[in-house]
Structures are given as structure tokens and as C-alpha cells.
Design a binder for this molecule. Sequence first.
Ligand code: SF4
Length: 624
Amino acid sequence: MATAPAPQQLSDESFAATTESVPETTRKSRRRKTAHLKLVPETRGLREKMRAKCAEVAAKLDKSVPLSKDDMEIIVRAALDDLGMPEGYVGWMMVVFATEFWRDQVATIPPERRLFLLPHCLKHAEGCPADYDEFGLECKECGACSIADFRGIADDMGYKVLVAEGSPIVLKIILSGYVDAIVGVACLNVLEKAIDKILLAGIPCMAVPLLSSDCRNTSVDEDWVDEMVRLHKTESTQQTRSYVHLMRAATQMFEPEQLERIVPRLRGGPRLAEVNGQGAAGLNPIAATEAIAYDFLSKGGKHSRPFITLAVYDALTGGHGTLSDGAEKISGFSDAILRTAMSIETFHKASLVHDDIEDDDAFRYGEETLHRRYGIPTAINVGDYMIGMGYRLVSRDAKELGPDVVADILNNLADAHMKLSEGQGAELLWRDAKDKRLKPLDALKIYALKTSPAFEAALYSGVRLAGSVDDYAEPIKQFSRNMGVAFQILNDLKDWRGDDDNKLSAGGDTLGGRPTVLWALAIDGLPSAEQAELLELVGDETVGDEYRISRVRQLYEQADVFEKAHRLVDKHQQRAESIADALEPEELRRLFYYLIDTVLERPTEATEPQVPSPIITQLSIAAP
Ligand code: SF4
């Protein structure tokens, strides 16, 4: 049995500052409980008064860039102070304020390019005869609730209407290019997440909060919804910058037709999807590996890595891609730029194929994993093919990009690749080792190796495509390290909520034998008897998973692991923020803050409604 080695690639000094104080930034930590901030104003009069205040404040603001969540909260808190109202209304007021902020931008988009989202919980739960299909709830218009009326108005105006929930699906629809704005009704728990995922990206959005978050037989200020839906198209005097065009470009270049245009297949022949369910057997054996790889590349994923490369390149070349005619500007990016942005995603996809083999996962993007479908040897080989392809995507453009640029980017990618493999190797060796002790510092080093290099490579590629990296190499490295570590710790924390994007059982990482910082903090912080119990418990399959998980949770709580982990996230986030503060130009600084806000999304303590949503299954929302 292997013994887990402590990774040596990163110096202890580079992590020693983990426990030191960090410089003050212009922003504050986002970590705190929010349940007490989600009161809904009780009376209609109060709601009207607060909405009027939001409209008054929003009218005076510069709307050229989307507000950060922190900025929005500061503004809303000041407005509540003005009204002499308690902070409990912050959540509700932020939604109403955001709606007023975006009203003009939504109005510039014709109704047929808007998506109208309604929640299932508005239905009359006891007697609703509606079924669910792949697009959500299919209302039978029985008249028992307001869904049918709202739908009718919106349909008549040309809206796309969906009775479904979840910000990932909304983002997916936006990125697919069918709509450019969202108007919706939802509870404050759902809207809190939507602010992170949708508003910060600069996607025009308006919402009316439900009057309760009970998930059943809910109600809403119906005339507010009516007024929102009937918002007529007008021109705006000011345009607000948005990342949506860059996000779309990053996603759309992996659609089969675009993929083949930007990177024509060398072997040609039919696509995997064109061989009528025969799978690889329907393909010429020489062309099969390429066809399987292209098919996998065109599947799900958030395409956050290519987005980062394109967005950094755009930020350093004028930031035109974030303007309202950004799509046109981005269409002027050369194929060599697009291919470089694609390379980092291609490596990522290769690593997913290999990870799925290592963990023997059954599904990826809602479909059978490649090794389950074609066997392990073929899946390893397809992953290898994509690694070669990732390098080729950059190396082929030496003439257009310049040999020095290509050499620098390839070096950076190769460095990232080696570090990622080291991090993964450390994790696998630890998983298979008998000795499960782990120091927090070593857990953090594994995180830095596993997550930060891809982030750094995506940023570095964007900078190098735009010019010199001299002023950016070190900030990018430090920013990526802090972001990667904070992201992984948040992932560990989400694992204990049991409802993240990847799995439905809490504590899966512990039983799966992953070397998490939570585990390391518990080993570090428990008295020797409890430490021994923890070490024994995780490998003891004679007791049920339920008992083991609940006892591990108790021991984690005894060692104050969750609070310590949150503090670590705060520190790494604050470091990332202080690096962002020092960056020029402003477009780049804003992008880095956007990445902090969206990548470091905090697990909320409130439980979101777990409504069955067939469309989410159908579109296979992908894990990061
Ligand atoms: S109007 Fe539609 S959603 Fe509402 S209860 Fe009737 S069938 Fe269900």
C-alpha cells in the first residue's frame, strides 16, 4: 500500500501566511449568515414605500457597469437607514433595487428576446392537474392559480415562458443565445443565488419576490408581476457593460458546427452523433478517436476557462466585448485567439475523462462516462488525444500569434499540466494510503496544485495574447493560488450541505477518501482519543454510512472545523481582493472582482426548494 507523500512543489513559506493577517481591501468578506436578512415587508403599503425608495436611488446612479453584490448591499442598507427600517429587509430590498437598476436595460430588449420565469410553488398544490415535461411544469390553465394568467399575457407579448427554477438553467438558456433578458418571480432564497450568477454577469434582469419562501401555495404581488411583464420596449440613454457576449462566445465555440469550423477534424467522416446510435462501431477505426473526442468536447460544461482567457484578452485590448455591441467586436477575434482559449478547456475535458476512470464515475454531463461506454483503455486514449490536441491548438498558430507568444503560452500550459498531475497524484496516493493523517498545510498545497494552475493558465493565456506579461505574471500567480485554495475549501464545505451540483449526499468526500482541509483541521484539532476514533471511523465499513457521516460531522463540529474553514476562505478571498485592487486597467480589475464574486460563491445556510425539474436533467447541467 502506498504511503501518502507531502507535496514538495510549493514552499511552506508560500502558505505560512495562511494564518497571518492580510491587507485591508476596499471590500468586506461575503461570509455571513443571511437567513435573518430575508424578511418580506408585511404590508402592501410598506412594500410600495420601499420600492419607491429603490426607484429614487437607482435613478441617480451611474449604470455603465453592473454593481457588485457588496456595492448593492451598501446602497440598500443606506436606503433602509434613510427609511428608518431594520436590516432584516436587506435581501428583499436588494432584489427590488436590482430590478429598478436594470429596468431601463430590460426595456431596451424586445419581449420576444426576454425569458419569463415562474416558480412551480405558485400553483394550487392540492388540485393542480399540470404535469411536468422536459420544459418544466405544463400548466393546464384550470384557473386555480395565477400561473395561467401570467403565462397568457407573456405568451401574447412574445416572451419565452418557463415554469422552472434554478439559476444554472437560466444561465444556460441565456448562453445558448435564445434570450437576452430575464424577468421572473421567485423566492428570496432562489433570488439570492440568481444575483451571484446572473446579475453580476451583467445580464439584464427584473424580479418580483414571492411573499413567502414556503415552497407551497405561495403568493406574489400580482399587479407588480403584471406591470413587469408589460414593460414596453424603449431605448436607453446608457448601456450597462455585460460579460454575456464573452460568455456566449466561450460556450458557442464548442458547439459542433463552430468546433469543426475553428478546428477542422483531420480525419473527417461522420460525427459520432450521425452514426445512428451505433456508437464508435459505426465509425472508421482510424477516425473514431477523433470523433469521440470532438463529441465529448461539444458536451456540457460551464466553459469558465475559455471565458476567462477571452475576457482577460478583451479587458487588456479595450474591453469592447462587454459593450452592448460586444458580440460584433468578439466576432472580430481571430481563430488563433479562439483556439488558444479552447486549449485550456480541452485539457480540462481530458482531465475529466481520466478523473472519471480514477473514481469510476458512472455519469458525466447526464450521459454515461466514456470509460463505461467504450472501456477504460479507449477512454484513457481519448483523454490522451485531447491532451495532444490542447497543445496543438496553440502550437499551430505560431505564425499568426508569434513564436515567442506561443512558446510562453505553451510553457505556462505545460507547467499547469504538471502541477495538476502532481496535485491529483498526491490526492490519489493519499486516498490509497493506510495512514490517513494529514496536515492542514499539506491539504492546502494539494488544493493549490489541483485547482490553481488551470485558473492561472487561463488568465496567463489571455494576458499573453494581448501583449507582455511582465506586469501581470506574479499577480496572476498569487491571485490564482488564493482563488484555487478558497474555491476548493468552499467545495469541501458544500459537500457537507449535501445539495451541491455534484452529489446529493452530505459528507461524500469523507467516505470517498479525499484529502480535504476539513479532515486535516479535524485531525489537527481533536484530542488524541477522538482523533484515533476519526481515523478508524472513516475506513470502518462494518458500520453504516449514515452513522459514520453523522459521527464525523460531530467530531468536525467538536474541532470547530467548519468555522476554521470559513475563516481560511475569508483570508484567501481577501488576499485575492487585495491583488485585484492593485491591477490596471480598470476593465481587468473589474473582471478579477467578477471572478471573485462568482467563483467564490458561498454555500447558503437556507435550504433551496428541491423541486423536480426535468429540464435540468435534460440539459444536463454540468459540474464545474
Ligand atoms: S392554473 Fe395551471 S399551474 Fe395553476 S393550478 Fe391550474 S393547472 Fe396548475
